[in-house]
Structure formats: structure tokens, C-alpha cells
Design a protein around this ligand. Sequence first.
Ligand code: EPU
Length: 337
Amino acid sequence: MHIEQNISLKPYNTFGIDVKAKHFVSVSNISDLKEILNLSNYPNKLILGGGSNMLLTKDFDGLVIHLNIKGIDIFSEDDNYVLVKANAGENWHEFVLWCINNDFGGVENMSLIPGNVGTAPIQNIGAYGVELKDTFVSCEAMSVENRTLKTFTKEACNFGYRNSIFKQTEKGKFIITSVTFKLTKQNHTLHTNYGAITSQLEKMGIKTPTIQDVSKAVIAIRESKLPNPKDIGNSGSFFKNPVISVQLYNQLKDNFEDIPCYPISDIEVKVPAGWLIEKAGFKGKRFGDYGVHKNQALVLVNYNNAKGENILKLSQLIQKTVLRLFNISIEAEVNIL
Ligand code: EPU
């Protein structure tokens, strides 16, 4: 293991923000992770996985630990199911493709989500009607405090919409090192009801889709709507979709007839933040090197060399405007550092 000094974090965050880490180390196995965490001369540490869910607004005056533990293994299997354990440093989409190539079903709707396997449980990633929790069995995580490995079952993780205990009570206390998934080997349950998937499969002329087809459809939809971080820096959805009362929703409907919603309960609905931001006039707005994506208003983008703090200020302006226009607070989904 080699600790480097003054390293640019631009290649390590999908927003492509050029801030520096005072110290930087890449870790490729559990014992190295333990050793690094044991070092007492670096009190200030930041764990980086795929860097796909964070906005870096300033240089980091400590040690950045880049989690690069690789490997995917079949843990156990029978005729119908397989338990697959993937290490934290595996790229999420490459893991999905590995599952699809092996004809293991369950994660295909989450094709092309940026980030790594190890960070996926933290915010319970999800797309097109499927969330990580639907195939999640357990994860292993190292305690930052005492450097021991602990297994968290699905129940223990307390998953919610873009939420888990790793964002709540256990925030910053554990480093997820591997995740175990239960996937189907046959009779896959396909989730093709999400409007855009149905029409994409029709466009592709597919009547009885396989998991490969669903993945291809998701990839086509995402590529048409969401910018590829390799071309334009971004962090996927910048905000969460807010949950509001049915009462407020009905009031808003008087002024905004076309406001969409997803039912949550008798008293609450979820409203797409992308719609609110578009109505507020921000969709496609560009301010020099940064702005709001032209095809999906929920995504803030770095066109070239934007500063994290400018993107943060834009996000705050969007929040203020949405609050003023609709009386709705929208919360950032990405972590701001
Ligand atoms: N909409 C607009 N304008 C926009 C964007 C969206 O009016 O610019 C409205 C439309 O009514 C559209 C609806 O919002 O029908 C939903 O849009 P979309 O299907 O793109 O989904 P989303 O709610 O905006 C969520 C996730 C995405 C995920 C998609 C598909 C969150 C915060 N985002 O977005 O996740 O890919 O659903 O399942 O829940 C991510 O987390 O990084 C991410 C991309």
C-alpha cells in the first residue's frame, strides 16, 4: 500500500470535480483496509467508493481511502436461486452485466446506475420499479471504531426510499466491504410495468422479454435521458422525490392541473422533483460550466471544470425556488462534502 500526497480527486467522483486530497490510498483487500484504519496519524478519513453520489465542494485535508476490493463469487445455489457475493469495489453496472451474462435475474432494471456495489446499499439504489433491497440478502461491513467485520441482514439495514441505517444511525460508522444478493436462475420475475420500459420494449419489437432485453431497454431509456458521467459530470438524481400530504397535493392541483404523483398512503403522495424543477424553469439552464440537464431536470451537471460550490449554490437556488412556488422542500440525494 502506498499513501500518495496531494492527489486530484477528479477521476474518483462522477461529477468530475477537481478538488485535492491531502493524502490518498487505494485499498484492495480487507487486511489493508484494517491496517489503514489502524493508522492513528490520519484522524480525518474519507471513504470513497465509486464517487457517484457525492458533490465535493472543497479540498479534503485528510486521508482519502479509495475502496477497490474486487471479486464476485457464487456463494451457494440450487435449481432456482443463486446467492452471489460481490465485493465493494466492483463497479455496479459491471456487476449487473455479470449477472445478466450468467442469466441470473433480479438486478436488470438497475442497469447502468453509476457507482460501486459497496455504496449501493447505503442509499438503497433503485430504478424502474426495482430497488436494491429486493435482491439484497446481507452485507459485510467493517466497523471504523474497532476494525471488526459485522454482517447486516436485510432487516437490520432498515431500507427505505433512498435510505438505510448507513445514512441514519450507523452513518460514518461502517465501511461496507461486500454485498450478498439472492438472484433467480429460472422463472425470472420481470418488472416491465414501468411506463417507459413497456414502450421501449415495444419499440424494440420484443413481446416476450428476457432479462437481457429488460436490461437493454433500461440502458436505452437511461442513455436517452440521463447524461453519461464519462461525457458530462453528474451524480444522477441530485434531489430525492419529495413526499407531500394529499391535502397540499390537492391545493397544488388547483393551480397546476398536470402535476404528477405516485400514491404512498391515504394521506401522502410522492411528487417527481424533476417535474417541480422543470416547472420552476430550470430544466436545461446552463450557467457557464454547470447547469441542469436538458433531458432530466433532476440531474445537475458539470460541463467541464465547474466548482463544487457553484453546483451547491445552484442546488440551493433550486430548493428555494421550488419552496416559494410550491411550498415543497426538496432534499438533496447526494452527499455534500
Ligand atoms: N419529470 C418532468 N421533468 C423532468 C424529469 C421528470 O416533468 O425533467 C416528471 C415526469 O412527469 C416523469 C416523472 O417526472 O414522468 C418521472 O420521471 P423519471 O421516470 O425520469 O423518474 P424520476 O422520478 O425523475 C427516479 C429516480 C431515478 C430513476 C428513475 C427511474 C429518484 C430521486 N430518482 O427519477 O434514479 O432512474 O426514477 O426509476 O428517485 C438516481 O437516483 O440517481 C436516479 C437516476
